[in-house]
Each structure stands twice: as C-alpha cells, then as structure tokens.
Ligand binder design. Sequence first.
Ligand SMILES: N[C@@H](CCC(=O)N[C@@H](CS)C(=O)NCC(=O)O)C(=O)O
Length: 239
Amino acid sequence: MTPKIALFDAPSKKQTCNSMNAWRGLLALNFKNIDYETRWVEYSDIKPVLKSLFVPSHPYLPNNTNRLRLSSGVPPNNLTDGDFYHYTIPTISFNGEYVMGTRKVAAAIEAVQPLPSLHLDSPLIDRVDEAVDECMKHLGAVILAAVRYGIMLKELEEKFGGESGLQMVKEPLKRLAGFVEGRRGLFGLGNFPSYADIIVVAFLHCWTLIDSYERIVADHPALARLYEASVEWVKRDDH
Ligand SMILES: N[C@@H](CCC(=O)N[C@@H](CS)C(=O)NCC(=O)O)C(=O)O
C-alpha cells in the first residue's frame, strides 16, 4: 500500500495551493493518483515549522536569483547566506522522512510509486525550468501580489501603468511553447506526459489563479492544449 504523504504548502487567501513550486509537487502526486494530505504553513512560518520538525535544512536559491544577479551585474558566485532559503516548500513527509525542494520531492514521489513515470532523466526538464524561471523573473511579483494580497494584474496595470510584464515575457514564453509545439502528441515528450509538462502546467495554472491565463496562452495554442490535457491533475488543490 502506498504510504500516506503529507505535502507542506503555503495557502492562498482561499486555502488552496497557490505556489508554483508547491504545484509541481502537487501535480506530480495527482498525476500518479497518490493519496496525500496538505499541511498548510504560512510563508512566514515555513522556516520555524520545518525546523521544529527537524527537517534537514538545505540552501535553496529562490527560483531566479542567479539570473537576477547576473542581470544586475552582481556575480552569481558572490552569494551570501541571506540569498538562500534554508527551508522551502514544497516539502513532503512520508514514513517519518522529510524531503524538501522541487526536484528532490519529484524524485521521492517517483520512488514511492514509479508508474506512471515522471521521466525525471529527460533533458527537457532543465530547458523548461530555465524558460519558466525567465518568465518568473518578470512575472513572479505579479503572481505574489495576487495570491498573497488579492491585487490582480489588471489593477496593477491600471494603477501603475508602465510596460506590462507580459510584454517582457514574450520571448521566454515563446521558447516554452516551442517545447510542446509541433510534437507528435500534446506533451513535451510527445504522446505521454512527464515532469517537464508538470513544470509548464504549474506555471500556467498560476495564471488561472489571477484571472490572466487567457492572456498568457493567447498566442500559444499548444500551451492551452497541454493545460487542457492536464486538467485532471489540477483538480485537487485544497486538502
Ligand atoms: N529552488 C527551490 C525553490 C522553492 C521556493 O522558492 N519555495 C518558496 C515558496 S514558492 C519558499 O519556500 N520560500 C520560503 C520562504 O518564503 O520562506 C525548489 O526548487 O524547491
């Protein structure tokens, strides 16, 4: 029998999953139809809660730190302790063990139940991850404003004007769509889904949370088709 897994996640205002990183873990669990329960932890409590559970700490860079530092002229290898999260979500626990970090969580889920496979050895994963990171460099703060404070993208645009993050994200978004366009099937690897698709779907799903999904996929029907094909994995998001 599959052991019961707990997924540590930070809740949106509606007590549903809103973090793109946590969604990767959640989608992997849903994809494999593995039972789990969510442990909600507010962002400010991630470190104290995981520390109190003796989760081994690990220095994780927030998704796009290296690229942000490069674009601001700060060498990426000049990182200080403060640049890292030492406790992050997603974290999962099963059989009394804790696993933290998106890739390690995916590997642990794959080990718990190997089929259907996430195809974690696919080189597509790094390429997709990199394109999503690039998008999040421009759009991450917008998602955060919406899910944490309920301020929607349209409101931000009306209030502050300026060049929309959506304009700046055109190139990496095109790259992302390129990974699924023109394949034999709906998915990055063709006819069967893999973790690379989960990374894309987690990203796209964040945009449904802030009512801007249509704007993100407008020019990229292949991304819309991937999201629609993945709708079963997206259903469970709140327990
Ligand atoms: N690179 C990490 C990034 C995970 C991450 O950035 N998680 C955020 C939430 S989306 C987090 O836990 N932040 C810790 C905090 O806000 O204290 C991974 O792959 O797991």
